[in-house]
Write a protein that binds this ligand. Sequence first.
Ligand code: AMP
Length: 446
Amino acid sequence: MPDDKVKIPKNQQFQTPKGVHDILPEDHDYFTYIKKVVRHRARQAGFRRISTPMFEFTDVFKRSIGEASDIVTKEMYTFPDQKGRSLTLKPESTAGVVRSYLQNNLNQWPQPVLLYYIEPHFRYDRPQKGRYRQFWQFGFEIIGETDPALDAQLIQLAMKIYEDLGINDFFSLQLNTIGTPESRKKYMQVLQDYYAGKERSLCEDCKYRLDKNPMRLLDCKAEDCQILASLAPKMTDYLDKESVEHYAELKGYLDEIGIEYTENAKLVRGLDYYTKTVFEFWDKTEGAQNAIGGGGRYDGLVELMGGQPTPAVGFAAGMERIIANMKREKIRVPKKDELHVFVAQLGIEAKKKCLPLIDEMRDAGLKTMGALGKGAINIQLKLADKFKAPYAVLIGITEVRERTAIIRDMKRGVQEKVNFDQITDRLLELIGEENLDKYHPGELLY
Ligand code: AMP
């Protein structure tokens, strides 16, 4: 409904709100390609797709991501519905997936449950290069298994996808463990003791975090905070036996499958629900600023959300950042929507003939566009050129009388006359079976 009060001055157009953007057809070629790779790799590894709603009750995120996290304190799009209930656009998907796992009794499925998603997310982040307020992520969740072999497999799956997309060389895997909640509790106390008396050197955010989640001080980007963090006690000195063993086993598996990693004791990730393994893929030159993905283990989350204790591990990657990398490296993706044929006609009788013909050609897998307006043939041919159709079919008054059509090779500028009922077959020959865009009813096209 248009809002009467909003008056748009003449010559001024609406713009998108800050931090969000349209996905135009050229970018959709990238999105489509990435989605295909993700679906292919997910299916190979036994993952099934899930979509959770764009919004959830705010508590789903508060409870899981953590009251003191940046996302919950600063970045959520939260609004009341008509009945005053607090709802939030999803800033990430793990919380919703776990909510869904419990709500739909997925714990009755054979465990572990392997799920993947490809979804938009919303965060009130400060917009800048590679940081938007609506952005797409694909991600994987493995719920119901504690073995570090699964952490390794998940990391390998992420690497495979980056490799398929041609960008794996630009990122380094940063790896850390933040231990079990028990060992973390001890470490957080040690950190608070270390920072006691140093509060004045901390940025405003870290002053607040110190009380709520002191581990976040380790990955703060402010210069003074970084200096203090580099001298802080290390988590690895406070790990319990279970965490040490899990981490050692994980590294062993990564070595076994030949995945290089950099151990990074300051990597903590911003969300409260992580336990033990955390990892991120950092840009080799820009570091964490331009990470293309990250994840970790969240063994306590299912229980925190009201379920039985259930271990889990997950990963998410940012699609806009992947596309930016692919474009920078001039990695081309298939363009599936280029036309094959442009149909030009003259006169009402020709137009009548063209409608069923276009339908027949499309059904045969030829991407066909018909200029069914009133323009002269030469104007329509110019259009065929602009739309980059390799072939044009011309039907004028003479052709209708003769029951023929002219097929014009637009690149070479040569043309041939064919009988009307042979047009489609001849074009199929010219375009080639392998290039057709065929829809086979019954075959799933997703
Ligand atoms: P996170 O779980 O927050 O580390 O997000 C996982 C990945 O999503 C990041 O590594 C980024 O590639 C991407 N991402 C996160 N926030 C944004 C954002 N505001 N804009 C674009 N991409 C983002």
